[in-house]
Design a protein around this ligand. Sequence first.
Ligand code: ATP
Length: 217
Amino acid sequence: MAPGGEVPVRASEGEPRLVLSGVAKSYGRRRVLNGVDLTVRAGSLVGVVGENGAGKSTLLRVMVGELTPDGGEVRRGGEVGYCPQETVLNPLLTIAQHLELFRVAYRLPDAARARELLAEFGCADRLDQRAGTLSGGTRQKLNLVLALMHDPPLLVLDEPYQGFDWDTHQRFWRLARALRDRGQSVVVVSHLVHDLGHFDAVHHLRDGVLREGVPAA
Ligand SMILES: Nc1ncnc2c1ncn2[C@@H]1O[C@H](COP(=O)(O)OP(=O)(O)OP(=O)(O)O)[C@@H](O)[C@H]1O
C-alpha cells in the first residue's frame, strides 16, 4: 500500500472480478457479516485483515460460494481458486495422486502448471510421498498448489502460508505478485503486519463491516 493509506492506481484499474454488495451472514443469532461491500478488479493484490473471530474466513467462504449469504449479492467474473485455512488433503494419497484428482476435477489436459508450482516451492521430488507423512509446511504448499493449478482469474487465499519458513514465505509473495502482474486477482487473508506492504489495497473487517485501510491501533 502507498504511504498514507492511499490506494495506488493499480487497485482501481481493470475489470471487476468479484463484487460484493451489502453481504450479510449470521450463524444462528450471531451476525458475522453486516453489509460488506467490496470490488476486486483484474490485476490487483488485495489484503483482508481483522482480529481473530472478526469473520475473515466466513467472508472468504461467501466470496467463493461455499457459504450462501443471508442478504446482499456476490458476483464473480469467472472461475475461482480457493485455498482454505484447513488443508483439503487426503492423508492416504500421494502428492501425484492429489494432482491427478484435481486435474480431472478442473478438467485440465495435464498437470504441467501444478508441477511447475511444486518445483517453485521445492517439492518436485516428493511426488510419491503420501500427504499424511508430509510436514505441515509441505502440506500447506500442496494445498496452495491445488488452489492455483488451474490458473483461475480470481484467487482467494485464507492465510495460505501457515507453517512456511521465511524463504518459502518470500517465495509465496513473489508468486502472488507474479500472478497479479499477469492480470489475475488475488485476495489474501493475513495476520502479519509485515505483509501489508505487499498489497495494492488492504481492507479490515470489524463489527461485520469491511473498511479500506488498516485500523488505527
Ligand atoms: N460454522 C459455524 N457455526 C457457528 N459459528 C461459526 C461458524 N464458523 C464460524 N463461526 C463463528 O463466526 C465468527 C467468525 O469466524 P471466522 O472463522 O469467520 O473468523 P476469522 O476472522 O476468520 O477468525 P481467525 O482469525 O481466528 O481465523 C466466530 O465467532 C466463529 O466462532
